[in-house]
Design a protein around this ligand. Structure first.
Ligand SMILES: CC(C)(COP(=O)(O)OP(=O)(O)OC[C@H]1O[C@@H](n2cnc3c(N)ncnc32)[C@H](O)[C@@H]1OP(=O)(O)O)[C@@H](O)C(=O)NCCC(=O)NCCS
Length: 131
């Protein structure tokens, strides 16, 4: 088994859209309505070109299974539903912290226990979600 965190590329539009429309992910996102595929690709390609945003993809044996995004200093993450509960989320965030340094933070709702646990285990500061 090999895990690799690599920079996102334009072809990651497809797996990231699958993760984006996952109801679990929509429920914890600040924007609740899912984007359709063309709009998602426009948004995704836009952030790849944005110098204030860094997007990385976690690969398991060459298959994309997760994404971590750092927008200015705010970090957010997602793991493919089929691969959750195996430690990949924590490992992905730990790897991203090595690249980003210790000053990043995450904004996580009180009800998102899995993400709070990932942040705690990886050592990411959690800030409160303000509506
Ligand atoms: C949060 C997320 C990335 C976690 O990915 P993962 O690969 O399952 O994470 P891990 O396996 O590394 O660890 C999850 C930890 O949370 C715990 N956990 C999972 N569900 C939980 C729940 N409902 N309540 C409490 N803890 C929970 C696990 O037990 C584990 O902790 P442990 O190792 O001490 O047992 C994944 O659930 C996800 O993509 N969620 C939707 C997107 C999201 O919430 N993003 C956050 C925005 S910042």
């Amino acid at each position: 088994m090999s895990l690799l965190l690599r920079p996102a590329q334009t072809t990651d539009c497809h797996p990231t859209h699958r993760w984006h429309v996952d109801p679990t992910v929509r429920a914890v996102s600040r924007i609740k309505a899912p984007l359709d595929y063309p709009d998602h690709c426009r948004w995704f390609w836009g952030i790849l070109d944005d110098p204030t945003v860094r997007v990385s993809i976690l690969e398991l044996d060459g298959e994309p299974i997760g994404m971590v995004r750092v927008d200015c200093l705010e970090m957010s993450w997602v793991v493919d539903a089929e691969h959750r509960g195996k430690g990949y989320g924590t490992e992905m965030v730990r790897l991203a912290l090595l690249l980003e340094g210790p000053h990043v933070y995450a904004v996580i709702g009180d009800g998102n226990a899995a993400s709070r646990r990932v942040a705690e285990k990886a050592g990411v500061e959690v800030r409160r979600l303000v509506d």
